[in-house]
Design a protein around this ligand. Sequence first.
Ligand SMILES: [Zn+2]
Length: 351
Amino acid sequence: MTLDAPHLDAGDLSALKAMSARVGRDPLLIQGAGGNSSVKIDGVLWVKASGTWLQDAERAPIFLPVDLDLARQRFSAGEEKVAAMPWPSAPAGLRPSIETSLHAFLPQPIVLHVHSVNAIAWCIRAEGARALGDRLEGLNWAWLPYCRPGLPLATQAAALAARGRAPDVLLLGNHGLVVTGADTVATEALLAKVETRLHLDPRPAAPARTARLGGLAQGSPYRPAEAAVVHALATDPARCRIASGGSLYPDHVVFLGPGARILETGERPAELADQASSAGLPVPALLLAPGQGVLLRKDLPPEAVALAECLGEVLARLPDASEVTYLGAEEEQALLGWDAEKYRKNLQRPG
Ligand SMILES: [Zn+2]
């Protein structure tokens, strides 16, 4: 079936674009190309294209049409990806989001998935699911333990929806938040309500020792981070311990590699990078110099820097002495070796 653009209900698609752009501009909800949104109109699922930025929704064609019935059949049969429908003005080279299956299986007309730093700060805690019960009381919500983004996550969400009334809100362990609604107004209102319920105040931390960091970075492929909240990952001992302990959620692994590397006393960033390169290993994306601040690899693209800031914002909101749950080595490998994620990471942001 070829899609005839004039038959679309342009109002619904415009509303989706406006909501997506608004949400996408808030770095506490969306970082880089993360998150996605969709609308179902007359059997067609309009879903964000992989690798595009939600904040670009009103200035670039970031949504692709997918045949909803066909997509549900293919995903139910275990296929991981579906193609977009032929469409005269389809942007070239784009393919539907890696989360298209999640959007297809959830029955609500609007589905919005965000990497809210408040939600992530709850969803990485070992007692997150239990603690959320009080905060979200009265809402039609459900908790989904971590599953790899894509079909495994969508299949779990579909099973949950099939057991009764589909939840309006999904909290995704070690990942983020999904809100749904009959239209964009209801969905955005529900997002605001959930954000208010989950709100956590960021805690202060000691400032970076920038002169010392600048000296450390000299002659290396590193530079001091810009954002104070990133430096706090190393100046605050609790955040430093948690950040260096492992990987907490998928986009961190995809864009920055597993965890964060501590720069030990006496270690030089230039030598560390040389040793990694000559051993054929990736040069760590971020180095935590305890008590001093954070160094970022100079060649990190904007979406990777956004993910470093996300980690800073998340751990700033984690109560002291929180126990966190990390992704396992197999889960990290599944993210790093995944074709769809490589594709997403390598896409250029449309102008
Ligand atoms: Zn996600």
